[in-house]
Design a protein around this ligand. Structure first.
Ligand SMILES: *[C@@H]1O[C@H](CO)[C@@H](O)[C@H](O)[C@H]1NC(C)=O
Ligand SMILES: *[C@@H]1O[C@H](CO)[C@@H](O)[C@H](O)[C@H]1NC(C)=O
Length: 183
C-alpha cells in the first residue's frame, strides 16, 4: 500500500516536472522524436527512450532537452526505488529465500541506496541548471545499478532479474538524454 502511494507520488512528480517545461540557459531544444532518434543506436534503445518520455506533454513541439533529462531521470529513480523495495521485501518476508539470494539482495540494497543518492543529485542539478559534476553523478548511479545487476546475474534464477535489467536500461537512457545537454 505504501509502495503504491509512493509510486503514485513519483509518477505525479514526473508529470508535474514535464508540464513545467523547464528551460536551462544554453540547452538545445528539440522534439521528443528528435531526442530519441539522437540518443538511440538500436530499436530497443529507441523504445526505451519513447517510454521514458511518454509523459511529456505536447511531444511534437520543441522542448528544452532538460525536460527530457528530468523525465528520464525521474522514471529511472522510480524504477530503482521500486526494485529496492522489492529486494528489501524479499529479504524481510521471504522465509524460503536461499542464502546466496539473500546476500545478493542485501548488497543490491546498498548499491541501490548509493545509486538513489547519485540520481537525487542528478535531479537537483537538472532542476537548478547547474551541470558541474552532473556527468559523474549519472555515471555513479549507473555503475551502482550495474553492480547490482552483476550480482543478480550470478544467481541461477531471481525474481528481481527482469526488474534490475529494466533499471539499468532506464538509468542508461537517462544518462544518454542528459548528454544532450552537452555534459
Ligand atoms: C543530434 O545528432 C546529430 C548527429 O549525431 C548531431 O549532429 C546533432 O547535433 C544532434 N542534435 C542535438 C541537438 O544534439
Ligand atoms: C521467495 O523466494 C523464492 C526464491 O527466489 C522465489 O522463487 C519466490 O517466488 C519468493 N516468494 C515470494 C512470495 O516472493
Amino acid at each position: 500500500m505504501n509502495t503504491i502511494l509512493v509510486l503514485l507520488a513519483v509518477s505525479l512528480t514526473v508529470a508535474g516536472v514535464a508540464g513545467d517545461d523547464k528551460t536551462c540557459p544554453g540547452a538545445p531544444t528539440m522534439t521528443v522524436e528528435s531526442a530519441c532518434r539522437n540518443v538511440s543506436g538500436t530499436q530497443a534503445m529507441y523504445d526505451t527512450c519513447k517510454d521514458a518520455l511518454a509523459g511529456v506533454p505536447d511531444p511534437m513541439s520543441d522542448h528544452d532537452v532538460t525536460v527530457y533529462a528530468l523525465a528520464a531521470a525521474h522514471g529511472a529513480v522510480a524504477s530503482v526505488d521500486a526494485t529496492m523495495d522489492a529486494a528489501i521485501n524479499l529479504i524481510t518476508n521471504n522465509k524460503s529465500l536461499p542464502g546466496d539470494e539473500k546476500d545478493a539482495y542485501s548488497e543490491c540494497a546498498e548499491d541501490y541506496s548509493t545509486a538513489l543518492h547519485a540520481m537525487g543529485s542528478v535531479l537537483n542539478k537538472l532542476d537548478g541548471c547547474s551541470f558541474d559534476g552532473l556527468a559523474d553523478d549519472y555515471m555513479n548511479g549507473l555503475l551502482d545499478v550495474e553492480n547490482c545487476r552483476d550480482r543478480v546475474l550470478k544467481l541461477s534464477a531471481s525474481p528481481l532479474y527482469a526488474m534490475v535489467l529494466v533499471d539499468r536500461n532506464k538509468a542508461g537512457m537517462a544518462l544518454f538524454l542528459g548528454k544532450l545537454l552537452g555534459i
